[in-house]
Design a protein around this ligand. Structure first.
Ligand SMILES: [Zn+2]
Length: 487
């Protein structure tokens, strides 16, 4: 089965058609002493041409001429079917041996030919003698346990053999068919699919439908998945038909609560045994993206921008070759673009003015070293459930507290609201931060502070059960989880 033998082209016609072979191809007169039949010979030559007949009928020279044209040979017949004139009996016996060896090799057991082979001596024109390979092919074709089939091999793996070559190629085309439309210019399998003619054991024949079942089946394979905006761990798992546990097992080092765009996850996905790559040639109207021009503005702080002219996409007629695998776009090669409307370039002012040190960077840093003793959110404390609007960082009394980001101090003092001594910094970008229960305060309201500046020290003032810094982040007036913003 795995030995793929090309079919040698038979030079022998079947016995039934041999009857129709013109007589000039056959001189069979073994019974005469001379080893050839003069009357038949003469008749043949008569047909061939009167001039030759005349020359050869001059008996003195006839034998000499015959000796150079004719040689002894054997008419070889297999179970009565004449196969041709072979010059040596040994060469046929060698051919029988080769057929038996080859058949044994294909079938996997010792095979012996059962046909009866007869050899009839006769004189024959040398040009009418034939090679033994035709006998070999004929004998091989008589083996019922072996047949010539179309063998389907995918990616080097033999899937089966069939005697229905047309049915096999129709089945392969039917797998491509769903991905082909009127715009498709090419369709091919992504893995090597080879159909070869070979002699195989008859027992290895497979139904085409069962080969098709294998080709269209899916296998679960691990592939990369790039996190998109809006993805969550559970939504990704659900969309791929995986459980959260399966997804977690494939990604042990990923924190499922902090997925980031463009992060790569390993996922399990159904992949067809055989994939189809198609190329469609498409003509369509689409946008022409606008370009962006940047203009420096020395009156604006670094990190700030302002759109001066809004960009507008243009439109164009595109012609493109679009590459798909199993119907999913992989690549788009634009062949031509005919602009219908030109895009409008966007103009953006970019601030170049050096930022004051006390200006917010937009990125928070930890206000002090310590351990988290209470998280943001609902908690049970002081005998009842309540919402904790900040993050408690426990540290020894007197531990320095630094501004989490630059900004303006809008409160620094004591108030009887549970916070004790505390500082509020307005970062002037929508965010404010609180630092509460301090033992001492190092800044005053109205002062501008830079990120990392010492502003207070850890204490236990106000409603507090131990030394800690209550760190609270307000976004547009609402408390948010500080851990989301801290590195
Ligand atoms: Zn607290």
């Amino acid at each position: 089965m795995d030995e793929l033998l090309p079919r040698p082209r038979s030079i022998f016609a079947p016995p039934s058609t041999r009857v129709e072979t013109p007589a000039r191809k056959k001189i069979a007169l073994p019974q005469l002493k001379l080893g050839w039949s003069l009357p038949n010979f003469l008749e043949r030559r008569t047909k061939a041409g009167p001039a030759i007949f005349l020359a050869l009928s001059l008996s003195a020279s006839a034998a000499a001429v015959m000796g150079t044209l004719y040689a002894p040979a054997f008419q070889v017949a297999v179970d009565g079917a004449e196969l041709g004139l072979i010059d040596s009996r040994q060469s046929v016996e060698d051919a029988v041996q080769r057929v038996e060896d080859r058949a044994s090799n294909i079938l996997g057991y010792e095979y012996t030919l059962t046909q009866s082979i007869t050899y009839t001596p006769q004189m024959a024109l040398k040009e009418d003698q034939t090679s033994v390979s035709g006998v070999e092919t004929y004998l091989f074709d008589q083996i019922g346990e072996i047949m010539q089939t179309s063998v389907l091999t995918v990616n080097g793996q033999v899937l089966g053999a069939t005697d229905d070559a047309d049915g096999l190629s129709a089945m392969l085309e039917s797998i491509k068919a769903p991905f082909i439309n009127e715009n498709t210019i090419s369709a091919e399998f992504t893995s090597p699919v080879v159909v070869s003619r070979a002699y195989t054991p008859t027992a290895d024949l497979r139904e085409i439908s069962s080969m098709q079942q294998v080709l269209i089946s899916n296998s679960m394979e691990q592939v990369d998945y790039v996190v998109q905006a809006g993805d969550t761990f559970s939504a990704i798992a659900q969309s791929l038909g995986m459980t959260m546990d399966e997804l977690r097992r494939l990604n042990p080092s990923i924190n499922i609560n902090t997925l980031q765009i463009d992060q790569v996850l390993t996922v399990s996905q159904a992949v067809p045994f055989l994939s189809v790559r198609t190329v469609d040639n498409l003509t369509y109207e689409g946008p022409v993206p606008f370009e962006t021009e940047q203009v420096p503005d020395e009156n604006m702080y670094q990190g700030f921008t302002e759109v001066l002219v809004a960009g507008v996409d243009g439109s164009a007629i595109y012609n493109a070759d679009v590459v798909y695998v199993n119907g999913t776009e992989q690549d788009r090669i634009i062949n031509s673009t005919d602009i219908l409307t030109e895009p409008v370039t966007q103009v953006v002012a970019v601030g170049t003015k050096p930022r004051p040190k006390t200006m917010a960077t937009g990125v928070f840093q930890w206000p002090c070293r310590g351990s988290i003793s209470s998280y943001f959110g609902s908690r049970y404390i002081f005998g009842s459930y309540s919402t904790h609007y900040g993050l408690d960082i426990a540290a020894a009394g007197g531990t320095p507290i630094y501004a989490s980001d630059g900004g303006k101090v809008i409160w620094s003092g004591y108030r009887d609201n549970g916070f004790g001594n505390y500082v509020i910094i307005d970062h002037e970008n929508g965010y404010q931060t609180y630092y509460a229960h301090c033992s001492s305060l190092c800044v005053s309201a109205g002062e501008r502070v830079y990120q990392g500046q010492l502003i207070a020290k850890v204490g236990c003032t106000g409603r507090s059960t131990g030394n800690h810094c209550h760190f609270q982040v307000m976004k547009n007036g609402s408390a948010v989880n500080p851990l989301i913003y801290l590195p």
